[in-house]
Design a protein around this ligand. Structure first.
Ligand SMILES: *[C@@H]1O[C@H](CO)[C@@H](O)[C@H](O)[C@H]1NC(C)=O
Ligand SMILES: *[C@@H]1O[C@H](CO)[C@@H](O)[C@H](O)[C@H]1NC(C)=O
Ligand SMILES: *[C@@H]1O[C@H](CO)[C@@H](O)[C@H](O)[C@H]1NC(C)=O
Ligand SMILES: *[C@@H]1O[C@H](CO)[C@@H](O)[C@H](O)[C@H]1NC(C)=O
Ligand SMILES: *[C@@H]1O[C@H](CO)[C@@H](O)[C@H](O)[C@H]1NC(C)=O
Ligand SMILES: *[C@@H]1O[C@H](CO)[C@@H](O)[C@H](O)[C@H]1NC(C)=O
Ligand SMILES: *[C@@H]1O[C@H](CO)[C@@H](O)[C@H](O)[C@H]1NC(C)=O
Ligand SMILES: *[C@@H]1O[C@H](CO)[C@@H](O)[C@H](O)[C@H]1NC(C)=O
Length: 570
């Protein structure tokens, strides 16, 4: 080649061909275009006359690829496979398309500038990541403690040969010659020169490996790991322990259902169990559970289970069925007469120590035992509840006590109203059901107290224009009670008050003492009034209650009134 010889002439002439030190290496990606820079890409001088690329064919021979003269386009000189794959840029870089391993050699760039000839050799290496990373021959089950082949990992068609690493749960597995054995081999494709690395992992699994994820991987050109899809294994091991559990846990009550579950730690789990239920053996196949429904207190006791295949592996559990039966007498509504007695009986049957508390009308009673009633009063009436607890169990029983009785008047009182313009009469009665209070006179009804503990009190105001006995009558379904009170005329009192500011008390005496002369007149008026009342039963002091009664009844009433008024009059 004349150009080559021209260079050779130049070398001969000037003898200044300098080999730039340090062999540069460029790495190409398999199958892609590779740029091989001349003199590390340092810009060529303006006065560059000539540049040329050649490659080392081995045995000291060199083949020219491309040549470029000043102010001319680069020309391809290659005649071999490079003819269509090479090109040259203005900056003297050589471009090779579709690089393969065969391009791994030394290319040399020669430049002539003025009288200087420089050569820059560049070593080309070609890298290829594995085409594929496959994990084959996976085992299905691993028996615990036995070295078994996990699989074979192939990193196919790489350059340089891939270095396969094994991982368990993303942590590197290093061969230790015992539990972890890794064998790797490399095969080179005779045509492409690409390497396929095969690595097998043998591994001795433990119980903890049941869910372990095994992967294999390589590092790519950028140093990033490329990892196969993970594989997991069923780890098999024999049962060493059984345990017996119950569901639900906690307090069991009569009527509950309870499931006993025999749990074995082997894998695969045993499928046949024996349950020992109250002296009977229950063989259970394809299940590890035995359910008892609607249990009673008799179910309390010790239960066992064992493996059917290995009866020596057994477990036991103690079951306690709690119960709390409360029987309260009386249990519903009980109606008693005031003064009666009532016996309360509480019977508790339980599986353990229990606590009892009592409430009356939702208010806690400070009593240790059941309430006792020797002499029932109206205040004793109410809703009685007993609360019996045993751990989390609570039973409540109750009865409602009704104390009834014919009404009686506890107090019949009078007092003067404010300003002395009227009198206030108060009738306090006791009884159950609620007594109705009526008066023998029309007064202004002031108010009636609430009916509490069988007590009610009724107030009226009257403006008496003459002396009179006023009757308060209380009645309910069970009876009636009448009491009278002597009320003196306000007119009289007003007069008397001028002499003495004393109370209603014993005005009779005062009147006698101070206005003796008037006594006779007054008596006569009183008597006339009494007669008038009895006959006509009319006027402002009409005694409504007695209006329709027969003369017989009136008599009786009068007798009673006399008795009572002795207590009541003030
Ligand atoms: C040389 O020139 C080519 C084409 O212009 C360019 O792609 C490449 O990056 C250049 N190389 C250097 C080292 O400058
Ligand atoms: C392969 O990888 C292992 C672990 O990453 C490393 O110790 C070893 O040197 C590597 N071998 C090669 C040939 O790169
Ligand atoms: C549970 O057992 C009791 C007595 O043993 C019985 O009276 C009741 O009917 C049973 N209940 C059910 C739902 O079987
Ligand atoms: C069950 O109770 C019995 C007798 O009280 C006792 O001997 C046994 O150890 C208990 N078993 C378990 C599992 O607690
Ligand atoms: C019952 O109680 C009432 C009212 O407190 C009382 O009057 C009566 O004497 C008592 N009877 C007995 C037998 O204690
Ligand atoms: C009313 O009673 C008083 C004593 O309480 C007596 O002094 C007076 O005379 C009586 N009046 C009549 C009209 O009876
Ligand atoms: C008492 O009141 C009743 C009903 O309001 C009435 O019919 C009667 O006449 C009154 N009697 C007197 C004496 O005022
Ligand atoms: C009330 O008056 C009547 C006569 O009107 C008399 O018989 C009776 O004793 C008097 N009662 C009292 C407690 O003063």
């Amino acid at each position: 080649m004349h150009l080559l010889s021209a260079a050779g002439v130049a070398v001969l002439l000037f003898g200044i061909v300098s080999q730039v030190s340090g062999l540069e290496t460029v790495t190409g990606i398999y199958g892609e275009t590779l740029e091989v820079p001349c003199n590390r890409g340092v810009a060529q001088p303006e006065y560059l006359l000539f540049s040329q690329w050649k490659y080392d064919t081995g045995a000291g021979q060199a083949e020219t690829l491309m040549v470029k003269k000043k102010d001319e386009d680069a020309t391809v000189h290659a005649v071999d496979g490079y003819k269509t794959r090479v090109s040259m840029a203005d900056n003297a870089s050589l471009f090779i398309t579709a690089v393969t391993l065969k391009d791994q050699k030394t290319f040399t760039c020669m430049v002539v500038a003025g009288s200087t000839v420089n050569e820059y050799p560049v070593k080309v290496v070609v890298h290829k990541d594995p085409t594929n990373l496959e994990l084959l021959d996976q085992a299905e089950e691993l028996e615990i403690g036995k070295l078994a082949k996990i699989g074979q990992c192939n990193a196919i068609d790489a350059n340089p040969a891939a270095n396969i690493t094994w991982y368990k749960n993303s942590k590197i597995l290093s061969a230790d010659g015992k539990g972890i054995v890794i064998d790797a081999s490399v095969q080179v494709d005779p045509v492409t020169g690409l390497s396929t690395t095969s690595s097998t992992l043998k591994y001795s699994a433990g119980k903890g490996d049941a869910d372990a994820r095994f992967t294999c991987g390589t590092l790519d050109l950028a140093g990033q790991p490329q990892v196969s899809s993970p594989v997991t294994f069923t780890i098999t091991y024999p049962t060493e322990h059984v345990s017996l559990r119950m569901h639900p846990e906690g307090v069991l009550l009569e009527g509950d259902s309870v499931t006993l579950r025999c749990v074995a730690d082997g894998n695969p789990a045993p499928t046949t169990f024996n349950f020992f239920i109250k002296g009977e053996i229950m063989n259970v196949v394809d299940s590890d559970s035995y359910t008892m429904t609607n249990i009673t207190r008799d179910a309390t006791g010790e239960y066992k289970c064992s493996l059917a295949e290995k009866p020596s592996l057994e477990a036991s559990i103690n079951i306690t069925v709690s119960y709390l039966n409360v029987d309260l007498s009386p249990s519903a509504e009980v109606v008693k007469k005031a003064g009666d007695s009532l016996a309360v009986a509480l019977t508790v049957k339980s599986s353990g120590d229990y606590k009892v508390s009592w409430t009356k009308d939702k208010v806690l009673l400070k009593i240790d035992n059941e309430p006792t009633f020797k002499n029932l009063s109206y205040a004793d009436a109410g809703l009685y509840e007993c609360h019996v607890t045993l751990g989390p169990l609570l039973r409540t029983a109750s009865f409602r006590l009704v104390v009834e009785g014919a009404p009686v008047i506890r107090q019949l009182t009078k007092r003067r109203g404010e300003g002395g313009q009227h009198k206030v009469l108060i009738c306090e009665a006791e009884g159950y059901p609620k007594p109705t209070v009526t008066w023998s006179v029309n007064g202004t009804s002031l108010d009636e107290s609430p009916f509490i503990n069988g007590k009610v009190s009724h107030k009226i105001t009257v403006v008496p224009s003459a002396n009179l006995t006023v009757y308060c009558s209380v009645s309910n379904q069970l009876g009636q009670y009448v009491q009278g009170i002597n009320v003196s005329s306000l007119y009289e009192e007003v007069r008397m008050d001028k002499q003495d500011q004393s109370d209603d008390g014993d005005q009779t005496k005062l009147v006698v003492g101070i206005v003796g002369g008037l006594l006779l007149v007054t008596l006569i008026i009183g008597l006339a009034y009494w007669t008038y009342m009895k006959r006509s039963k009319q006027g402002s002091w009409k005694t409504g209650e007695l209006e329709n009664g027969s003369s017989e009844e009136e008599k009786k009433l009068e007798e009673k009134v006399e008795e009572n008024s002795q207590k009541a009059d003030m």
